[in-house]
Design a protein around this ligand. Structure first.
Ligand code: ZN
Length: 163
C-alpha cells in the first residue's frame, strides 16, 4: 500500500506541505451517502489539495460524481451531476480556530470555514461529509418536468389538489 492509498492523513501537515491526493471511491462504499441515493452504481472521483492562504493552511477538495437522488416531488430517480469544490481551513487547535473566527468577525472578511487539525483524519469521511453538505435538501425535477407516466399514483398530488 503506497502513501496514496492510506486511509488517514495528518490534516495540518497535508495542508501545510501542499500535498495532493487524487483517487476515487465506489459510491456503494460510502454508506452515509449511499443511504440517500436510489442507485449506488458508479464512482466518486476526488482530488484533495493542501494549500496556505492568508497564512492559514487549508484543505481544498474537488469532487466529481453523478449521484442518483430521488426527486422529492415524484420520488423517481433524479441523476445529479455533482461538481463540488470547497476549501476548509485547518487550525492547530480550538484556540487558533477561535482566534480566526474573532479576526474574521472583526474584519468582515469572508473566509472559508475551518476545522481543528486531526493527526489521523479519514480522507473518506472528509470527502463524504463535504459531499453530503453540498447536496440539496429537497432535490426535484424542474417545475412541471416530472415524468408524466409517474403521476398516476396520486400519492404526491395532495399538495396541489388540496388548495
Ligand atoms: Zn420529479
Amino acid at each position: 500500500m503506497s502513501a496514496q492509498d492510506l486511509p488517514y492523513i495528518d490534516s495540518l501537515r497535508f495542508a501545510k506541505d501542499g500535498e495532493i491526493r487524487a483517487g476515487y471511491y465506489a459510491i456503494a462504499a460510502l454508506p452515509r451517502l449511499a443511504k440517500m441515493l436510489s442507485s449506488v452504481q458508479g464512482d466518486l472521483h476526488y482530488r484533495l489539495e493542501g494549500k496556505t492562504e492568508f497564512g492559514r493552511p487549508q484543505l481544498c477538495l474537488t469532487v466529481q460524481a453523478v449521484l442518483s437522488l430521488d426527486c422529492q416531488r415524484c420520488l423517481h430517480p433524479l441523476p445529479q451531476d455533482v461538481q463540488l469544490r470547497s476549501c476548509v481551513g485547518v487550525a492547530r487547535n480550538e484556540a487558533e480556530l477561535a482566534r480566526w473566527d474573532a479576526v474574521d468577525l472583526e474584519s468582515g472578511r469572508d473566509m472559508v470555514d475551518a476545522m481543528v487539525a486531526e493527526a489521523r483524519m479519514s480522507v473518506q469521511d472528509f470527502v463524504e461529509d463535504e459531499v453530503l453538505l453540498s447536496l440539496s435538501v429537497a432535490p426535484s425535477h424542474p417545475e412541471g418536468k416530472c415524468p408524466e407516466s409517474l403521476t398516476g399514483f396520486g400519492i404526491l398530488e395532495t399538495d396541489s389538489e388540496a388548495s
